[in-house]
Design a protein around this ligand. Structure first.
Ligand SMILES: Cc1ncc(COP(=O)(O)O)c(C=O)c1O
Length: 369
């Protein structure tokens, strides 16, 4: 074995000893309390049927795009979908990406320049941190959901600032004070970018739309692999920023465009979301049922993600395994994904979970913690 491969082995062994070694397992059968399919769209037969009919009438949708969108990979479907999305969210322009990870990578590695500062919520998604590493800008963190701390940091900056937040955080299951942060951004002339990955679809078109912040943000990111049950993302902004990304974002330029079927699934997902408001309504009823079980959680009362902090890896594993033995699929989140001492059981609620399932899930957890 080459010498430096020993390091890989050592680090993997350490993870194994700590009980946090990751591995890929086949998707388990069971009651889903762990996926991001909040509205059940990924498994919705009616939606599948609409997509199937669309493909039957246009099999070309399944073909590869043949190149970057700047060469041979741009299609009328990609362009039309962007116009459609921009209009829905009441932004000037939208730019599609094959995933939310790519969208964040493109945004934060491209917009902030050498003398700029990116101020991120300490719980911001990994994709933003990775983008910051690709950027020449300086990165600073502010305390989670703490506008006062953000204000303190903004006060000290003399250059141009970007602020990165999520509207709903997926590890804590809590909302950002988006209006307050938007005001601060305005006050300091900073560029606010809001990632709506977990709010989109669960709360209409997201919190930017809900609070009418379109003119107060530099960009908003919608991802389609969660509530929409599809895959991909859109950066919503204005014509200038769209054009800047098309010209300077490596993550957009140097990659083959996704297939048209991906853009079409997103487009179809929007229509389906509009035609089926009962899915989100049912989800919110289920969130209330879960909250009524009185499990201690730092998450917001209306969040589809509910975290239960169990800062004992062994106990956390036992709870997850016991739930799994009883047919309940949940996700245990260990450090380094979350800070050491804040390890947690992450419960995702869905429109398709039943009251009986939610009550039973809570009972099992209560018996162990
Ligand atoms: C807040 C947030 N942003 C971005 C992403 C990445 O999106 P995608 O899964 O589409 O790459 C995720 C998904 O984990 C996320 O939770």
């Amino acid at each position: 074995m080459p010498d430096h491969h020993h390091r890989f082995q050592q680090l993997l062994c350490k993870r194994k000893e700590e009980g946090i070694l990751r591995s890929l397992n086949p998707r388990s059968e069971g009651i889903d309390f762990y996926s991001n399919d909040y509205l059940g769209f990924a498994g919705n037969k009616q939606l599948q049927d609409i997509l199937l009919q669309t493909v039957i009438s246009n099999p070309q949708l399944l073909s590869g795009s043949t190149g970057s969108r700047l060469i041979s990979g741009n299609t009328a479907i990609a362009n039309d979908t962007e116009l459609y999305i921009a209009e829905k969210h009441r932004f000037q322009a939208a730019l599609l990406f094959p995933s939310g990870y790519n969208a964040n990578l493109a945004l934060f590695s491209t917009l902030p320049g050498r003398h700029d500062t990116i101020i991120v919520d300490e719980q911001i998604h990994r994709s933003v941190h990775d983008a910051c590493r690709m950027s020449n800008a300086r990165k600073l963190k502010f305390r989670h959901n703490d506008p006062e701390d953000l204000d303190r940091i903004l006060k000290k900056q003399d250059g141009h600032c970007y602020i990165a937040i999520e509207s709903l955080y997926s590890m804590e299951g809590d909302f950002a004070p988006v209006e307050e942060i938007a005001e601060l951004a305005e006050q300091y002339g900073a560029n606010l970018i809001i990632d709506e990955a977990h709010a989109f679809g669960v709360f209409g078109y997201g919190l930017v739309e809900k609070y009418q912040l379109q003119d107060k943000v530099c960009a908003a990111v919608m991802t389609y692999g969660k509530a929409l049950g599809a895959h991909g993302a859109a950066v919503l902004s204005n014509h200038l920023i769209r054009s800047y990304l098309i010209n300077f974002a490596s993550a957009f330029i140097y990659t083959t465009s996704a297939q048209d079927i991906q853009w079409m699934s997103i487009r179809t997902g929007y229509d389906f979301l509009e035609d089926h408001p009962e899915s989100a309504k049912k989800l919110h009823e289920n969130i209330t049922i879960f909250r009524n079980q009185n499990l201690k959680s730092p998450s917001s009362a209306t969040s589809p993600v509910q975290a239960i902090v169990i800062a004992d890896n062994q106990k956390l594993k036992t709870i997850q395994n016991t739930l799994s033995d009883n047919g309940f699929l949940t996700y245990a989140v260990y450090s380094p994904t979350v800070k050491e001492g804040t390890e947690r059981l992450r419960i995702c609620l869905h429109s398709f979970n039943t009251e009986e399932e939610i009550v039973r899930l809570a009972e099992i957890i209560k018996q162990i913690i």
